[in-house]
Design a protein around this ligand. Sequence first.
Ligand code: G1P
Length: 275
Amino acid sequence: MITKCLFPVAGYGTRFLPATKSMPKEMLPVVNKPLVQYGVEEAIAAGMTTCAMVTGRGKRAIADHFDISYELEHQISGSGKEAYLKSIRNVLDKGVFTMVRQREMKGLGHAILTGEPLIGNEPFGVLLSDDLCLNTGPGVLAQMAELYNQFRCSIVAIQEVPKDQTHKYGVIAGESLKEGIYRVDEMVEKPDPKDAPSNLAIIGRYILTPDIFDIIRETAPGANGEIQLTDALQTQARRGCVMAYKFEGRRFDCGSVPGFVEATNFVYENYYTED
Ligand code: G1P
């Protein structure tokens, strides 16, 4: 049973400036819920009730969001407005939140390694909240946790993307074991379309086995001069096994303004109900 999920939430959110000048990008609301809360709800629904946040300077609003606001509780208690707190109260009832600060931005691999003290020696989930994934059935992390029980190795979520988009993603190639499940033998971070081994792009959901920490420690900086999780996973795949899984559900790239607007419209139309 995987009980912990790591949330790298230290990034700057430059594409959303000036909105993100003094507010974490993860707190931008998709309709009426911060982006990161969608991710936390997905993790908790998958049984990963310990949410380990790798934060940074200027991210205190995230820690406050996953805590009680006494003043607000007091003001709203007994009023008709209590329903507005329902979703976050539910998250606080079920989840435990741990935090560590990443002092320097040295890439996703480095962020994961910074979270090691919060995880320890056990398999764990990783959720990049920029990728908002919605499904009518089980969430993506729940689908992957189920798969982990079968394969007992690291798993990355993948999606087909247009070939000219591969430079935005980690891209995998591998042998298809059955519909939607691949055994990875190659992984490249942000390849030019001409160098991409396929159009199967990694989406921000992972299950990682804890040997990844030692591998990251020995991984040299790669694309953009950053320590890349994709490079560490390539090593893990070569030494043992990494699976890739085409998930069920719809993914929105909330790290880009058009993706964020698309997600907002979709959630408003499909999930939002006025009181
Ligand atoms: C990160 C990963 C990349 C992955 C992507 C998914 O990149 O490094 O492999 O495809 O997330 O969103 P980023 O979007 O942080 O540049």
